[in-house]
Design a protein around this ligand. Sequence first.
Ligand code: HEM
Length: 419
Amino acid sequence: MASFEDTDFFMDLSLVDDPYPYFDYLRSRGPVTRLPEHNVVAVTGFEEALAVHLDTEHFSAVNSVTGPLPPIPFVPEGDDITAQIEAHRPQMPFGEEVLTLDPPRHTPLRSLMMKLFTPSRLKEMESYLTLLADQLIDEFEARGACELVRDYSRPYATLAIADLLGVPEEDRNAFRVNAGGAPSQVGAGAAEVVNPMEFRHQKFLHYVEDRRASPRGDILSTLANATFPDGSMPDAMDVVRVATLLFGAGQDTTATLLGNCLKIIAEKPDLQAQLRAEPAGISAFIEEVLRFNGPVKSTFRLARKPTSLGGEDIPVGTTVMITTGAVNRDPRKFDEPAQFRIGRPGAKDHLAFGRGTHTCPGAPLARTETRISIERMLARLGEIAIDPERHGPEGDRRFSYLPTYVFRSLAELHLRFTG
Ligand code: HEM
């Protein structure tokens, strides 16, 4: 096994295209191991990762998105840094988003968000998701080729969240272009060139104020007028934050899952034939992709009280990296974890969507979006293959991933279709 003793996971771009040998190295050092840099312990054991997800007393989610970079903007003092964390949230990136808040502040905002994710709402969305898949496929089918990320995955994920939130039809293309997708006839309307966060804040503030002044019985009205569990009305900006977070959290992750699924389908003709013959197996296939090569490589917590984990002392101020990409290949949990095996026992037990307080509310939507996309692509397109001119010939493929230590996202995926 390669040694990565001096490797800095957070800076070393050579780990981006294939992090798995490094994850194997971390695991060989034990389920919880201290890294040489940035005051981080890495968790690769399944049981230990689950314990961190479920323990909000010792671990804060304040750094869940960014991990150790930038470092926390204060020097930890004493045996409980909760008050210091709360005081410094405004200086920390994403420090006041639902994803990073801890109970009790997290609880009412999460409940506001969950009002959107009812099973009946998701069921209602299915016909739109199918229509959307077909409309996007229409745009490239005749070409016999596509660049999946730009032509399909990103616009699909963006427009799906726009539908979840009830963004009016005439504004959807603007959301699509703003999120980096190609403009199209799907969701007509002019696009403004503004930074995506600012664009979504402006739009949602307008929607919320408008629906508060005159409710219309649409989803935006439900969201704008939803109350906290104690009956009080949230600030308009709280609602805006929830809506814009959903765009941020649900777009790249789902687009990434679609890319990781299609790459495997395009590389394995036998598997592709099997899924065409039995579309009912697509959900089990997606579950194995989530485990084997899920969109999120790592998520983080900050130790706010001293504790220990897997035999390692964890002093306050330590960043705990839940190394999801490694955890989902823990051989104590999954037999022969480096094998891609659809329908393995306990296939859904992976931590690709986290667990506990911050468990992904978008998981059912992401699974549905991905299943419908694969169903429609297999139904509409001839044999799907990797474009050898862009990624090299079989046996010598080259794929680039986005340079981040959090996501496992293909930068581009060029596909060709035959027949
Ligand atoms: C395959 C796609 C997706 C993956 C792999 C994924 C993964 C995750 C993970 C691992 C977490 C927990 C992070 C932590 O504990 O630190 C999370 C939280 C979250 N996800 Fe997802 N997600 C996906 C899709 C979505 C979608 C489609 C949406 C929205 C429509 C969404 C919205 C959120 C939100 C709002 C949170 C924060 C919840 C909270 O803090 O209470 N995600 N996601």
